[in-house]
Design a binder for this molecule. Structure first.
Ligand code: NAD
Length: 351
């Protein structure tokens, strides 16, 4: 056995129902005196609750998915104008992503309070969008110093979004099995992530307010993100990145649709991943485990239903082939990727 595994320096608190106290403890530990809160949309109301009592100098609510550069510039200007010394982001990957954009140029520390299963809070990956093109990079400055996970804050996430976001997390686990820097530690985390997510998500669908399902799903989402942060982007993430950028498709839903197709594409060429995933799903094969889970969740099926035009299939396939990670278990060809994207567009089961 020979591998190199980087563990990211970050404190993680799981505390259902106690985000306010746990966040206050983290902010105090950082010695923060001037907090800028980043929270948009539904995150604003949650942020008002959990940041009550903090030394907040500014609440930044201008949050947009995929962090357009002008949105990032306004947030950076606000941090400078208000002399912020700490960023607290409350919300999904969009709020975390905006806080990361500020940290990238200012070096300010972030404390993240996630309210979806996107997992951005546990990675050092940032993303910015300009002219419909998303650029991503990795920088230790954007890794939040601490995460406060409070599953009660995810109760208000609608079931459809919970399913898509949870499958986004599951995609982090699956792709971590064969991504360029995948190692045995990543695969162990990813397998436990699959167990937690495949156990938790059906409970969320059954009763979105029940804490057990929300806690298991949030725990799985964290494990998924840690595995992904170390393993890097595999084929699945490259496909979703291309589709999201080219057609402006919703992030989590695109992951939910594409996942079974990439799994069917790669798993037969990666016996180790197949065995680990099948066992984690508790199913005879990985594909069957995912299919059963998706049926139980009534997961989104087609790229067509997300608004992708059929004429886009050929261009998307070309871009995926150009971006395909080296060392993908199955050789990537234009013909095979065109078939994959076409099948996902139609919403048919993977071939
Ligand atoms: P999001 O943050 O845009 O949230 C989706 C929607 O859910 C929004 O309308 C939001 O207001 C709402 N919402 C969030 N929490 C809620 C709650 N508890 N109750 C009710 N509504 C709630 O979407 P996302 O899927 O969490 O994040 C997507 C973004 O994160 C994308 O830009 C993606 O690229 C990025 N991302 C980055 C990484 C990384 O490692 N850098 C990882 C995953 C995702």
């Amino acid at each position: 056995m020979r591998f190199v595994h980087d563990t990211l320096p970050q404190r993680v608190r799981f505390a259902s129902g106690a985000a306010t106290e746990e966040l206050a403890a983290e902010v105090a530990e950082l010695g923060a005196r001037r907090v800028m809160v980043v929270a948009g949309g539904s995150g604003r109301e949650i942020a008002d609750r959990v940041t009550a009592g903090l030394p907040v100098v500014h609440r930044h609510t201008d949050v947009v998915m995929h962090v357009p550069v002008d949105v990032a510039r306004r947030a950076r200007d606000a941090a400078t104008e208000w002399h912020a010394d700490t960023l607290v982001c409350v919300g999904g990957g969009s709020a975390t992503g905006l806080a990361k954009a500020v940290a990238l140029t200012t070096g300010l520390p972030i404390v993240a309070v996630p309210t979806t299963y996107a997992g951005s809070e546990a990675t050092a990956v940032w993303g910015l969008t300009e002219d419909a093109r998303k650029t991503t990079g990795t920088d230790p400055r954007v890794l939040p110093r601490a995460i406060v996970y409070d599953a009660t804050l995810t109760r208000s996430l609608p079931v459809g979004l919970s399913v898509a976001s949870g499958l986004n997390a599951l995609a982090h686990c699956v792709d971590s099995m064969w991504a360029p820097h995948s190692d045995p530690v990543d695969r162990a985390l990813a397998a436990e992530g699959v167990r937690a997510l495949s156990g938790g998500l059906p409970l969320v669908v059954k009763d979105p307010h029940a804490l057990d399902g929300r806690e298991r799903t949030l725990y799985g989402a964290y494990l998924a993100a840690v595995a992904f942060a170390s393993a890097g982007s595999g084929l699945h993430h490259k496909v979703c990145h291309v589709l999201g950028g080219m057609f402006g498709l919703p992030h989590a839903q695109t992951h939910a649709v594409v996942l079974p197709h990439v799994l069917a594409f790669n798993a037969p060429y990666s016996p180790d991943a197949e065995r680990l995933l099948a066992s984690a799903f508790g199913a005879p094969t990985a594909g069957e485990g995912l299919a059963r889970l998706r049926a139980a969740l009534d997961a989104p099926r087609s790229l067509r239903s997300l608004g992708m035009p059929q004429e886009g299939v050929a261009a998307a396939a070309e871009a995926v082939v150009a971006a395909a990670p080296p060392g993908n278990p199955r050789p990537v060809t234009l013909a095979s990727i065109t078939e994959l994207v076409q099948t996902a567009w139609e919403g048919n089961p993977p071939r």
